[in-house]
Design a protein around this ligand. Sequence first.
Ligand SMILES: C[S@@+](CC[C@H](N)C(=O)[O-])C[C@H]1O[C@@H](n2cnc3c(N)ncnc32)[C@H](O)[C@@H]1O
Length: 376
Amino acid sequence: MGEESPPGPENLAELTGDDAWKQALRDVPREWFVPERAWTTRTGLLERESDPDAWNQAVYTDAPIVTQIDDGSTELTNESPWMTTNHSSSCSAPRFVVHFLDLLAPYFGDRVLEVGTGTGWTAGLLSARLGGDNITSIEVDERVADHARTNLERAGLSPHLVVGDGQKGHPEGAPFDRVHVTCGVREIPYAWVEQTRPGGVIVLPWMHGALDVGHKAKLIVTGNRAVGRFHGECAYMMLRSQREPTQPIEGEVRESEPTVDPRRIAVAGSGLSVWIAGAMPGVSVSDGNHRPDGAFRMVAWDRHGESHARVDYWPEEHSGRVRQRGPRDLWQELEQAYLAWIDRGGPGIERFGLTIDASGQRVWLDRPECLVERMG
Ligand SMILES: C[S@@+](CC[C@H](N)C(=O)[O-])C[C@H]1O[C@@H](n2cnc3c(N)ncnc32)[C@H](O)[C@@H]1O
């Protein structure tokens, strides 16, 4: 029996059916962008020098490779925390990178803005297909951007690299035909719509915070707004300015009993999560977990750090306890949102879409005119 050859770029080329992306994935191998010292949830610390086989295996495995934690203030070590909130830069999982590129589907000659340069791999793939002159990539972290520049130069690729806050887009380079966002976004900035030509495309990981999932969104700019739908789940590290608040929420606790068993909300699926994101914008909801005392616990909090709700439910006793702080009764809002969604027939995610205009983002059901009503 012949020996199995080590995984390589060909494995990643198989992730797409688009010949032009297949070629880019072969011409711009991921290994050119992954640092010598990196980290994955599966392997822990990866060091190319001490274990080149493990490093190579990880590079060509379909998993994200963490390249920075705590915005660079903490070294990557074997003890690095597994909490995704601490991961601040990475080489994203190939399956997501490739699917987003497929969704972007650029035409020859298109000008693309990438938000979140990271290692530079995506900017490299875009440059290989469209020419570096047509690609602008913006990264908020100067040290990360420096590494990406080195990687891209070594690869012989020369997109325009900008250090700055990609939330504002890059007005100096506008208009773009495509905007490709590679960090999680909760509130989609209107600047991206303004900087995209009518008919142009914006793709992004919409990390709305409801029930702990995110969704790949593809929006088409129609002029003064962008409209689009969802294309599967995803998980990305957040745009720096849209991270969750970490400070504790203070105030008197109000106790009550839940009406709805939180497990029903937890398992309802992506249609409900998008409905909640539309009905309760700015509110995050955990997907729930079983506690050692047998309780099922769900938590909801608003992003401005004002209100918080926690429900514990003991299935065997058919009883639970809600503890809430702050001006909003987030648990009751969540129950109402869930029941309103059931009342509409429990629509699946394929029926929902998003519109972004100068007044902000709205979720709709079936047609852009049918907005999901907001609560709170
Ligand atoms: C998942 S990584 C991007 C992966 C990258 N596209 C690649 O191919 O390796 C997300 C990146 O977004 C960057 N980022 C976060 N907030 C940003 C912002 N406001 N503007 C620009 N970049 C940002 C992070 O520093 C991080 O490097």
